[in-house]
Design a protein around this ligand. Structure first.
Ligand SMILES: C[S@@+](CC[C@H](N)C(=O)[O-])C[C@H]1O[C@@H](n2cnc3c(N)ncnc32)[C@H](O)[C@@H]1O
Length: 354
């Protein structure tokens, strides 16, 4: 995949990439069918590769079905032909075995695929028109607990895949601040709250989130036996409801990217007004400009369009300079900054400006 800084070198390479884009959804569904039918795994298990007849008898698919899948997958460089057999290419190997690729494909198929056909009207109207695939909701957040099972599972797996890996890496930085009461703003299913509570039994954690999310989180917290340390505060951060003011550390992980620039400034200004003078705000975010790999930048920019089409119509993964300017506009200054936490996250420790 060329990065945003490279273009295909020749006209032939460029028109070839253009065809891959033109038929991109077809290749995606081909790989999905290969994976879900068990064909990718079956081919992987045969050292000598697999021919059409063997593949048909292993999967119950017709020879016709196997042959069209094989031909497309060879053209898409997922499979390679060796005489009358096919083997997995390196791309096919990652499509089958790589956990990140699987989580991304599941999210694309179960959450985004049908909705993305409404990208243009979503952009034109500034609303997540694609969300209508799942029902009549203003944003995806109050709908999360009621999505169809496959979409719900894939949404949470996608969200957790990235934040879980960052949580372990970021925990020592947070414990270094010696918080006594932490507000986990947009705490979702309570994973971070539970990670912190388990790491420091003296720490109190309050999750601030929409009531629907708190209901999901409280079940997990009860099950983990951490209800004495973790409580919840139901709040819609997009309303002017007063915020609690007890915490010495406010925490926002993959939260502010759920909002537009104006909403981010408004939320941060309200948090700043509620913060105790010595309190700090820790922000864990993904910035597309701080990714070391072109594929990571590509994935973040693709996910921004999920925000456009399905989440709320006006949010995105930001360029770090844009985001930092919003922090400053809301009256915060950066005290500490750590890049490459987990899978491409950045941790910002910020304080209210004097
Ligand atoms: C992308 S999830 C991040 C979850 C978690 N912090 C993590 O790092 O995995 C965003 C969270 O923000 C919450 N949220 C979205 N809009 C909100 C609002 N207007 N008020 C309060 N919470 C909101 C959602 O319910 C969800 O739990």
């Amino acid at each position: 995949m060329p990065s945003s800084k490279e273009s295909p070198r020749s006209a032939l390479a460029a028109i070839s990439l253009a065809q891959q884009i033109a038929f991109g959804p077809v290749l995606f569904q081909t790989v999905w069918a290969l994976r879900e039918s068990g064909l990718l795994a079956a081919i992987d298990s045969c050292q000598q590769g697999m021919n059409v007849a063997d593949a048909a008898s292993r999967t119950g698919l017709s020879r016709y079905a196997v042959s069209v899948l094989f031909d497309m997958a060879v053209s898409g460089q997922v499979l390679a032909r060796q005489e009358d057999r096919v083997v997995l290419t390196a791309v096919g190997h990652f499509l089958l075995h790589d956990a990140m690729t699987r989580v991304n494909m599941d999210f694309t198929q179960h959450v985004c695929y049908h909705a993305m056909a409404s990208l243009l009207p979503s952009l034109q109207q500034g609303k997540p028109v694609g969300l209508q695939v799942f029902g009549d909701w203003p944003t995806i957040y109050p709908a999360l607990s009621q999505l169809p099972e496959a979409a719900k599972h894939s949404w949470f797996a996608f969200d957790h895949f990235y934040s879980d890996r960052a949580f372990d890496a970021v925990l020592p930085h947070i414990l270094d601040l010696h918080p006594t009461h932490l507000y986990d703003v947009g705490g979702n299913t309570g994973k971070w709250a539970m990670t912190c509570a388990a790491a420091d039994p003296a720490l109190r954690v309050t999750i601030l989130d929409l009531p629907q999310q708190l209901a999901l989180a409280s079940v997990a917290i009860q099950q983990a036996g951490l209800a004495a340390q973790i409580d919840g505060h139901a709040v819609d951060l997009l309303t002017e409801t007063p915020l609690p003011a007890e915490a010495d550390l406010w925490w926002m992980s993959q939260f502010l990217d759920c909002f537009s620039e104006e909403q981010i400034v408004s939320i941060l200004q309200r948090v700043r007004r509620s913060m105790k003078p010595q309190a700090r705000l820790a922000i864990l975010e993904l910035f597309w400009d701080r990714q070391p790999f072109a594929a990571a930048e590509f994935s973040l920019n693709a996910t921004s369009l999920y925000f456009t089409c399905l989440a709320n119509g006006n949010s995105r993964f930001y360029h770090s300079a844009v985001f930092i300017a919003l922090l400053q506009q809301a009256g915060f200054r950066i005290e500490q900054e750590f890049d490459q936490i987990g899978r491409g996250h950045t941790l910002l420790i910020v304080a209210p400006s004097p």
